[in-house]
Design a protein around this ligand. Structure first.
Ligand code: PHE
Length: 431
């Protein structure tokens, strides 16, 4: 449970949530997001946890065991692919967080005073040595944790640190709501623009963000389900993970958007949003340096617990036994991830000319993982679990019987795959 929360809460709740909300019209997106969490995320989350508990933590082998015939036996593969793609850029963003942390701790400020924040941040992430070193450091720490087998310790620490992150965010939100742009921010966040709600792309982005943030459809929850004991209520755990994750994201939105409007930033600027906006928030705050240092430390820990769970997916899929073999695989995955992250890390400097689909490498990988691979994986998992899994075993493992069990079953069979398929097709067709 703790591990799942640690995996779920990460940069997705602060960095990604804010920038995707900003790009997709605010309130309309948030409404779509909440609908996606409840109608698509929860059934799938329960399914993954239950599948892992019944058939073991291997995110690919589990589905082979549940549905031995082709093509169902491959249902776990798109999710692992998504985890691998995310591993090729997420540590880069975590590296930016680490750099901010170091700068607040050592220099007292992340971006030079008086400089244009967007330009200063752009210069920071364009520096190749800095970007690569920070990415490598994040991966090294994460792999060391996995190799040393101290996840438990980290997760126990997270039990204190993640609520602390939430408390800090709540405090910052209370402050942000006193800023002059707070009214406009609340309008932006909670008054849906109905035209945006009619756009399939808004919904596709919402589903992608819901899966990304919940850590769904990537085999992670299968792995954690496999480590769950027999007598635990999976549905209530899933609901708590979803509620906690969503609560952190919404609170982060309440910190960031008042500042966006107060300081005159463009909410739709993309992946740089929080890194440009937050320094302004902290600069205007008494004790801002200390608060910023603590904030970025907590965010870095949240990011590292997420990277740990991403490394866990290929390690679990490799079937390596605990001990030396696991440590070796974890190390190998981290080294490969570091190499794979080079294009994303250099994509704002040396490789800035490389613009797949008209955007920076990092943004294109992010979009490919969330808006393409995760929905595809969600369709595969839902169909496989809904149609191929022995119903008695599914009911027994999930603990869902009667009418609720039936609703769950048909969500997996129809609602989730159909909704995701429609969103994929329409979202891409209409942009
Ligand atoms: N859910 C994590 C977040 O919100 C990201 C993550 C993605 C974690 C993939 C694990 C696997 O930041």
């Amino acid at each position: 449970m703790l591990a799942a929360l640690g995996s779920a809460i990460g940069l997705g709740n602060v960095w990604r949530f804010a920038y995707v909300v900003g790009e997709n019209g605010g309130g309309a997106f948030i409404l779509a997001y909440l609908v996606c969490v409840v109608l698509l995320g929860l059934p799938l989350m329960i399914g993954e946890l239950a599948a892992g508990r019944a058939a073991g933590p291997d995110p690919i082998g589990t589905f082979r065991r549940i549905a031995p015939a082709a093509p169902w036996r491959w249902a776990g593969i798109p999710g692992v692919a998504a985890a691998v793609v995310i591993l090729a850029y997420y540590p880069v963003v975590a590296g930016w967080v680490g750099t901010y942390l170091a700068r607040y701790a050592l220099d007292g400020t992340a971006l030079p005073a008086g400089a244009d924040p967007a330009a200063a941040f752009g210069a920071m992430i364009a520096d190749p040595v800095q970007a690569l070193a920070a990415t490598a450091a994040v991966l090294a720490v994460s792999a060391a944790v996995v190799a040393a087998g101290v996840q438990r310790g980290i997760e126990t620490a997270s039990r204190i640190l993640m609520p602390l992150l939430l408390v800090l965010l709540l405090g910052l939100a209370a402050h942000a709501l006193t800023l002059p742009g707070a009214g406009r921010a609340l309008d932006f966040l909670f008054r849906p623009d109905w035209a945006a709600l009619a756009r399939p792309a808004t919904w596709l982005a919402a589903a992608g963000q819901a899966f990304f943030s919940l850590g769904l459809a990537m085999g992670i929850l299968v792995a954690y389900g496999g480590y769950l004991g027999p007598a635990r209520g999976i549905p209530s755990k899933a609901a708590m993970i979803a509620a906690g994750d969503t609560g952190v994201a919404l609170t982060a939105g309440l910190v960031i958007f008042p500042a966006v409007f107060s300081f005159g930033f463009d909410p739709a600027q993309g992946a740089t949003l929080v890194f440009v906006v937050l320094p302004e928030v902290f600069a205007a705050l008494p004790g801002g340096r200390l608060i910023a240092t603590v904030f970025f430390l907590l965010l870095l820990i949240a990011a590292i617990t997420s990277v740990i769970s991403m490394i866990e997916v290929p390690v679990a899929a490799s079937g390596a036994r605990p001990g030396r073999a696991r440590a070796a695989v974890a190390l190998a995955v981290a080294v490969l991830a570091c190499l794979a992250a080079v294009p994303a890390a250099l994509g704002f400097g040396r490789l800035a000319g490389l613009r797949p689909a008209g955007m920076a490498v990092l943004d294109s990988l992010d979009l490919m993982a969330s808006n393409l691979l995760l929905p595809l994986s969600g369709i595969a998992l839902a169909l496989c679990l809904g149609w191929r899994w022995r119903r008695a075993e599914a009911a027994e493992s999930s603990g869902l019987a009667g009418p609720i069990g039936l609703a769950w079953l048909w969500s997996l069979r129809l609602v989730v795959p159909l909704a995701l398929a429609v969103l994929l097709v329409a979202g891409f067709r209409h942009g």
